[in-house]
Structures are given as C-alpha cells and as structure tokens.
Design a protein around this ligand. Structure first.
Ligand code: XMP
Length: 323
C-alpha cells in the first residue's frame, strides 16, 4: 500500500510577487497546442453533449480558444457540427477508442478535423494504446489529444504511444461521481504537479481538465504547469450550449448540464446505461458565452500580473504556491 498527500485547487494560493506590469494589455496569455497551432486564450471547451457543438466551438475560436465537438450523437450529426465550425484550423472533435471510432475519425478528418480528441474516462488503458497508434498511423498530420489520466506514468505512457496533448484529472469535474462510485481519483492540481514531472522526451501539452471553478483556478493550473485548461461548468447554461431552456417551478430559466457518464446522458445517447459515474443537473440559463470568456481572460491577465509575469512561462517560473 502506498500513501501520499495531495493538493487540490482550494488547498493553495499563489503568493503575490513584485510586478512592473503597468497594464493587463502587456500580458500575453497565448499558449501553443503544437508547432502549427497557437491559441490566444488557453481555454478549451469540453466535448460534452451539454457544452460543445458548433455554436460553442465558433465562440471559443472567436475568443482565441478552442471547442472540441462532442461524440455523443450520430456520425452524420457530428460531421454536420464540424462543417459549421467556420475556422478550418479550429476544427476539433472527439472520438472514442472502440466501436465506430475509426469510421468517425475518417469522416471527421475528411471534413477538415486535424485535432482529434480520444475521449474516455480512464485513458491509461490498453485500448487507448491501440487507438492512438491506429489514429497516428492513419493520420500522421493530425494533433492527437487524449485522456484522461491522473498520474505521471499515465502521462508518460500516452505520450509514448503518440499523444500530442493529454487531458489530466480523473473524477475531479463538477458533475463527476467517479470518486464516489469507484473510490479512485487524484486531486486536479496534484495531477498537474505530477504530470509536469513526466519524462517524455518531447513537448507534450498538459491540459488541466475538470474542477476549474473560476479564473483563479485557471491561473493556479497554468502556474502549476498546465498549458491549457478544459472546462465544462464554467460555460454551462450559456446561449451557445446545446439544449433547450427549461422553466423551473419558480419560473426561473435553466439548462441541463450533465456528466457524460451519468445515467441520463448514457440513456439518451445509447438507450441504456451500464454505470453511473456522473451527475445530471440544471444550471441557470445565462447569456452569451463571449461575455464569460472576456471575464475569464481579464482574470487570467490580472493573475499573471500579480505574479509579475508577462506570459505563461514567466508565471510558471515565478509562481510560489502557499498551502
Ligand atoms: P467541470 O468541472 O469543468 O468538468 O464541469 C468537466 C470535465 O468533467 C469530466 N467529465 C466527467 N467526469 N463523470 C466523470 O467522472 C462524468 O460523467 C463526466 N463527464 C465529464 C470531463 O473531463 C470534463 O471535461
């Protein structure tokens, strides 16, 4: 038996540092997904059926980020959403690692997707190795995003199999119940600290995925070593999320936000459920996601200036966490 303590976002703060930054405009928060893709905003919207279809993907791209079109629909429907993403360089979509994943990959590649996200709950898995290697050999020019993992060895294995960016964190999302149902997981921030120590011999990007509640958590994730954050709940309920507005008994307007491993999500996309590792809930219907992204961007810029950092690399060098 091995025991080790671990830190989560709420366990730490960043210590303010001397700053000579006089305007938030001086702060550059861009981050490279790979040599060919630079995102001006280091935020990626999650491939969930209540978060990212074409409308969200377009708004994320407009704001400088990225949206990954979810896979919980028919191949034709997913392809149609990809077609509606205006910017060719920002066509990103999720596939699984079994079933029709090769058909999806081909159809998505044919409509311009060059960022394929191999999207499963437990990514440190023998089937993931096979899937990454298959996709890499068929589409060597595609960026492979894969996950999720919770450990350094998980990160190292996915990187050695060919992943270009890796979603880090298991069970830490706001709608996750994996930790409750299975007893497994690692706090999100600790996962970043651990994955940063991975020895992979090339530049594989760290995506801090899930459990990010505000711009402060984004700054903490970036300071800890993440290149990007992936978020669901921060964007839930906005105009750009899929699904209709629901009127609750008190007349308030709400939208569904649900974990993809919840009973409700599984029942709706494959007519049955085999587990229940997510929660389905409703959140207040909110306005345009662009406004939320501007607030997050301002918070991140301000966060960097509190650490005296002009860019994310300087933030990572300067950052001092207090527990
Ligand atoms: P936030 O906290 O941003 O988290 O709402 C979004 C992330 O949660 C993950 N996800 C799940 N995890 N059961 C889980 O344990 C689920 O049903 C589930 N659905 C999504 C995923 O990594 C997402 O980006």
């Amino acid at each position: 038996m091995i025991y080790k303590p671990a830190l989560s976002y709420d366990d730490v703060l960043l210590v303010p540092k001397y700053s000579d930054i006089t305007s938030r405009k001086e702060v550059d928060i861009s981050s490279e997904l790979d040599k060919n893709r630079l995102l001006q905003l280091p935020i990626i919207s999650s491939p969930m059926d209540t978060i990212t279809e074409s409308s969200m993907a377009n708004s994320m791209a407009d704001a400088g980020g990225l949206g990954v079109i979810h896979r919980y629909n028919s191949l034709e429907m997913q392809v149609e959403h990809v077609r509606r993403v205006k910017d060719d360089a920002r066509k990103a979509a999720a596939i699984g690692i079994t079933g029709d994943y090769l058909d999806r990959a081909r159809a998505l590649y044919d409509v311009g997707v060059r960022i394929l996200c191999l999207d499963v709950a437990h990514g440190h898995h023998v089937l993931m190795e096979k899937a990454i290697k298959n996709i890499k050999s068929l589409y060597p020019d595609a960026h492979i995003m894969a996950g999720n993992v919770a450990t350094k060895s998980g990160f190292e294995d996915l990187a050695s199999w060919g992943a270009d960016s890796i979603r880090c964190n298991i069970g830490g999302g706001s709608i996750c119940s994996t930790r409750i149902q299975t007893g497994h997981g690692v706090p999100g921030l600790q996962t970043i600290f651990d994955c940063l120590r991975a020895d992979v011999g090339r530049d594989v990007k760290i995506i801090a995925d899930g459990g990010i509640k505000n711009s402060g958590d984004i700054v903490k994730a970036l300071a800890a070593g993440a290149d990007f954050v992936m978020v669901g709940s921060l964007l839930a309920g906005t105009h750009q999320t899929p699904g209709d507005v629901i009127y609750s008994t008190d007349g308030s307007r709400r939208k569904i936000y649900r974990g993809m491993a919840s009973k409700e999500a599984q029942n709706s996309w494959r007519g049955k459920h085999s587990s229940n590792e997510g929660i389905s809930t409703t959140v207040p219907a909110r306005g345009d996601v662009a406004e939320i992204l501007v607030d997050l961007e301002n918070g991140i810029r301000s966060g960097l200036s509190y650490s005296g950092a002009r860019n994310i690399m300087e933030l990572q060098i300067n950052s001092e966490f207090i527990v």
